[in-house]
Ligand binder design. Structure first.
Ligand SMILES: O=C(O)C1=C[C@@H](OP(=O)(O)O)[C@@H](O)[C@H](O)C1
Ligand SMILES: C=C(OP(=O)(O)O)C(=O)O
Length: 450
């Protein structure tokens, strides 16, 4: 396929952009609904590669997942249908099932625990990259809770026996918070629930663990969380002198209950559109921006303000106004690594250097994000250096070039942002954005048309 010519903004971008639902919210809600006894409804869910893969996985495991007309006004995307889920999963047809995880970390890490509840063999596989992403600590922990699993990495097979005893287990989630979420989300269906202790040198993406706990509690599951300040920091990067981070969760057996919930807009998906305002000195409004949320994207307004923008949350949503000049930032993104690509895109346009820290785990995501950002933006003349735990970006004059997003949705969106102000940027495989933002290219053109 021909590369996508990133459109150049002819002036400051001014637009209101309704972004689709949260990937993390949709996939947690799907999992909890599939494990619950009864029928749940998700309003304004995300329909993208990652959530369709999740729906497919849950169907394979015996849940019913169907589309139903949505109530007007609930979705940022007009006409978007609800998802109706009937659980509990467990009955798999023919005694065996296959789960395709694609390159969705949430599918690969959240569904193996559910497969232990089914009766039969469940084979897991995914994109070539998913075979390289961390899973071993999760599979070892599930074995510790009583599961039978063949394999330590993808592909692997869970030999489901209709349930597992559960109990206490320790897992090193330094490479991904999803390794803990994947244990907690199924644990209420284990006979004795689960007590999960993280022991490792860091725990990235902490807000996603808070989201997991909040969603479990909202579905009626009893979860106890040890005070993180009492047991060590979280998000702290590996430092030989630092105390290892420890955190513990206890999920009691029982539940979750079926429920009806509205999925928030995906604040990570909003990032590229807000960055368009920052890059061009324009103004972009995201309707439906929540006043309170577990999504780490709540940090975006402050990050953009630190780079020279104004941000205001009002009745129309979050409005970000670019200041015309961008300043570099020095920030620890261990809680919010997903912001790193787009912030790097802005940092290469900034007048002063930037330092993004606390994101060593990005090496293990959709691609090695640190290496790919440095090499691809380097093709435009940008000075992006990989450090032990992140990136250092120094100002440099930029020119056009052809960029490969390495099958990473956030890299593709980042390159679109840079292309707004650097003529001659083309992006291979812009459709890779469909992992979380279906129709990104059309949304981008519509934004530019105001
Ligand atoms: O639990 C979740 O929904 C997510 C957790 C994070 O993963 P890591 O902990 O691997 O960073 C995040 O990057 C991912 O996009 C979504
Ligand atoms: C890291 C990400 O995804 P995944 O859920 O596949 O880990 C992401 O969306 O930035």
């Amino acid at each position: 396929m021909d590369p996508w010519p990133a459109p150049v903004a002819t002036g400051p971008v001014r637009a209101t952009v309704a972004v689709p639902g949260s990937k993390s919210g949709t996939n947690r809600a799907l999992v909890l609904a599939a494990v619950a006894d009864g029928t749940s409804r998700l309003r304004a869910p995300l329909r993208s590669r990652d959530t369709l893969l999740m729906a497919g996985a849950l169907r394979a495991l015996g849940a019913e997942v169907t589309d139903a007309p949505g109530a007007p006004g609930t979705s940022a995307t007009p006409g978007e249908a609800d998802l109706v889920v009937t659980g509990p999963l467990g009955a798999i047809s023919g005694g065996a099932a296959t789960v395709d995880c694609g390159n969705a970390g949430t599918v690969a890490r959240f569904t193996p625990a559910l497969a232990t509840l089914a009766r039969g063999d469940v084979h897991f596989d995914g994109d070539p990259r998913m075979r390289e992403r961390p899973l071993t600590p999760l599979l070892a922990a599930l074995r510790g809770l009583g599961a039978r699993i063949d394999g330590d990495l993808m592909p692997f097979t869970v030999r489901g026996r209709g349930g597992i005893p559960g109990g206490a287990v320790t897992v090193d989630a330094s490479t991904s918070s999803q390794l803990v979420s994947g244990l907690l989300l199924g644990a209420a269906r284990f006979e004795r629930g689960a007590t999960v202790t993280h022991a490792g040198h860091r725990l990235p993406s902490g807000p996603y663990l808070d989201m997991t706990v909040a969603d479990l509690r909202a579905a009626g599951v009893v979860v106890h969380v040890d005070d993180p300040s009492a047991v060590g920091g979280r998000g702290a990067e590996a430092d030989p002198g630092a105390a290892p981070s420890t955190r513990r969760w206890r999920v009691e057996p029982g539940g979750p209950q079926a429920r009806d919930r509205v999925i928030e807009p995906d604040l990570n998906s909003a990032a590229a559109f807000l960055a368009a305002a920052a890059a061009t000195g324009g103004q972009v409004t995201i309707p439906g921006w929540p006043e309170r949320t577990e999504q780490p994207g709540r940090m975006l307004p402050d990050l953009l303000v630190a780079m020279g923008c104004q941000a205001e949350l009002g009745p129309e949503g979050l409005r970000v106004t670019g200041g015309g000049r961008l300043t570099g930032i020095d920030v620890d993104l261990s809680d919010f690594g997903e912001a790193a690509p787009v912030l790097t895109g802005l940092a290469v346009l900034a007048e002063s250097p930037s330092r993004l820290r606390g994101i060593a785990h990005l090496r293990l995501q959709e691609t090695d994000r640190l290496a790919a950002l440095a090499s691809e933006l380097g093709r435009l003349g940008a000075r992006v250096a990989v450090t032990e735990d992140g990136l250092r970006i120094d100002p440099a004059p930029l020119h056009g070039g052809r960029l490969d997003p390495h099958a990473d949705h956030r890299l593709a969106m980042t390159f679109a942002v840079v292309g707004l102000v650097v003529p001659g940027v083309t992006v291979d495989d812009i459709a890779t954005t469909g992992k979380t933002v279906p129709d990104f290219a059309r949304m981008w053109t519509t934004m530019l048309a105001g």
